[in-house]
Design a protein around this ligand. Structure first.
Ligand code: ADP
Ligand code: MG
Length: 242
């Protein structure tokens, strides 16, 4: 089921000489692991912010088609690429609780969710620390924990692995399946190696949606390098097919 539909969206930042996005149309489905790839500057983060309602497109529409407990933008969780853009609270635990308070959850449910993500994301010993004092990697994990705790209907992760060490890169990548099941997932990256297991890939180049398809269809395209993307090495394909 489509949960979010982007219809002919274009965006031009004020003062910019060319649009960051032009005529983008795509559907994001619940229960699907979608991926958005493209080189630096191709418009991925702009599209993420528009999809999550943080940025108004210059033209076009974003239609939320999900239903249930969450109405409107509450149902869309976005992890921003820059972890420092996200913090509001003075300690990790309140940062996680803050989003839940906005959902007006019963207190015991809120406490249960906070405890659960503190454990799952190995943050229990950091819960009293100020997010600002953490390393970029831990900042991103704190943001991820806070976003996951809200149990959004759809989750958008913008370059979530960028600041993570190999342990967390592997751990968060392995969570993709779980997160897809509990919501739907849009995994945004410029690294083709991270999207081999996606159900569907959208390829962005200079603000335009060039192609969408399966990993096989997109990642084996001849002209990936011309678009600033690295082809996936053969041994990685072998691992996926095993
Ligand atoms: N706040 C902004 N103001 C002006 N231009 C911006 C802003 N954010 C991004 N851009 C420009 O929009 C284009 C797309 O950027 P972005 O969406 O961040 O791409 P990506 O996430 O793929 O690297 C780039 O040319 C970038 O310089
Ligand atoms: Mg970006």
């Amino acid at each position: 089921m489509a949960i979010l539909e982007i219809k002919n969206v274009s965006h031009c930042y004020s003062g910019a000489s060319k649009p960051a996005l032009e005529g983008i149309s795509l559907k994001l489905e619940s229960g699907q692991h979608s991926a958005l790839i493209g080189a630096n500057g191709s418009g991925k983060s702009t599209l993420a912010k528009i999809a999550a309602g943080l940025l108004q497109p210059t033209s076009g529409d974003v239609v939320l088609t999900g239903s249930g407990d969450f109405s409107g933008w509450h149902g869309i969780g976005l992890l921003l690429q820059n972890p420092d853009e996200q913090f509001i609270s003075s300690d990790v635990e309140s940062e996680i609780a803050w989003g839940l308070e906005n959902l007006a959850l019963p207190l015991d449910e809120m406490q249960r969710r906070v405890k659960d993500v503190l454990e799952r994301f190995e943050l229990a010993d950091k819960k009293e620390l100020s997010p600002e004092t953490l390393s970029d990697g831990w900042k991103q994990i704190t943001n991820l924990a806070a976003t996951v705790a809200m149990q959004p209907q759809f989750l958008i992760l913008d370059e979530v692995t960028a600041f993570l060490d190999p342990y967390w890169k592997a751990k968060v990548s392995a969570m993709a399946a779980e997160l897809t099941e509990s919501s739907g997932l849009l995994w945004i990256t410029s690294n083709t190696r991270e999207v081999l297991s996606a159900d569907r890939i959208f390829l962005l180049h200079e603000g335009r949606l060039i192609e969408e398809g399966s990993p096989d269809e997109i990642l084996r395209m001849d002209h990936l390098e011309e678009m600033g993307l690295e082809p996936v090495p053969d041994w990685m394909w072998d691992e996926v097919s095993r």
